[in-house]
Ligand binder design. Structure first.
Ligand code: R5P
Length: 291
């Protein structure tokens, strides 16, 4: 059976109906002091359960919910727990960049395991090597083939795929392969104290072409806006910003628009009006091999 909160209803419904298994909608409410109340309304004793949960803002709240659901499922006797967390927060805190920094993903991985997860599944985790921190069976899926197929169907003009930094290069390659076109990448530097990002200078082959900038996450929009401005100056026509996890915080949409981005394309790991592509099928395919 699949367990999920109603805020993840679209994806959870789609996954459970494709798998033809029951979906148990968890009961939830928020107390006046903002603490969360959660209840599993049916017996899960001796059941194999799939918990579907995502960590889009408010991430800390979503994570506390997740830990409470997992711990409760374990204590209530679930035989096996598969945690499907399509967007895993804190995955960008995967190194100690400055002495004394916390490695957020390490703490989150420990808690996901300690709360009872037997198998962990996510989509486009920021850094694949972070899976080693979980010490349980851990699977990272990629939404790039789905994104590529969707973008291919848009019939862009002689498109080129651009990675805004080397970290996004593999993703850009995957998208370009589906689109049967070429790709390139930029270098990015980040100020470790302020978080401000700068794009390296480069002459890209974008003149009179539509440009698809691909990344795993769009948060403030700063990374993609920098590249959009550069490719626009170099003669790009339409500019599309595509990612798996479109967090789109604060004024990111305006920032992207003002930088020349015509369209933002995301998936339903973070449910919003830019969720054009669903990750349901890739999750269902892997779950079929596990349940
Ligand atoms: C970091 O390296 C990630 O891959 C993304 O490039 C980054 O999280 C995007 O963040 P923002 O939209 O705030 O620039």
């Amino acid at each position: 059976m699949v367990l999920s909160l109603d805020r993840f209803a679209n994806l959870a419904n789609s996954i459970s109906s494709k798998l033809k298994v029951d979906l148990i909608q968890l009961e939830s409410k928020i107390f006046p002091d903002e603490e969360s109340y959660l209840r599993i309304p049916e017996s899960i004793k001796d059941e194999k359960v799939v918990v579907i949960h995502s960590c889009f803002p408010q991430q800390d709240k979503r994570l506390i919910e997740l830990f409470m659901i997992l711990d409760n499922a374990r204590v209530l006797g679930a035989k096996e727990i598969i945690s499907v967390i399509p967007y895993l927060a804190y995955a960008r805190q995967d190194k100690r960049f400055r002495d004394g920094e916390t490695i957020g993903i390490s703490t989150i991985a420990k808690l996901i395991r300690l709360c009872g997860t037997n198998t962990f599944i996510t989509v486009n985790i920021h850094e694949k090597s972070s899976l080693d921190l979980f010490n349980i069976r851990s699977i990272n899926l990629s939404a790039m083939l789905e994104l590529g197929s969707y973008i291919k169907g848009l019939n862009l003009k002689n498109p080129i795929v651009v990675a805004p930094d080397r970290g996004a290069l593999e993703d850009a390659k995957e998208v370009a392969k589906v689109m049967k076109t070429d790709y390139t990448f930029f270098d990015k530097t980040r100020d470790l104290k302020t978080g401000e990002v700068r794009a390296g200078s480069k002459e890209a082959d974008v003149g009179d072409r539509d440009v698809v900038i691909v990344d795993d996450i769009i948060s403030t929009g700063g990374t993609i806006a920098n590249i959009a401005k550069i490719v626009k100056k170099q003669g790009a026509e339409k500019v599309l910003a595509a990612c798996t996890h479109a967090l789109l915080i604060k004024d990111s949409r305006d920032k992207l628009h003002n930088a020349g981005v015509n369209e933002i394309i995301g998936t339903d790991t973070v449910d919003s009006d830019v969720s054009r592509v669903s990750v349901a099928n890739i999750i269902v395919d892997i779950l079929r091999t596990l349940i």
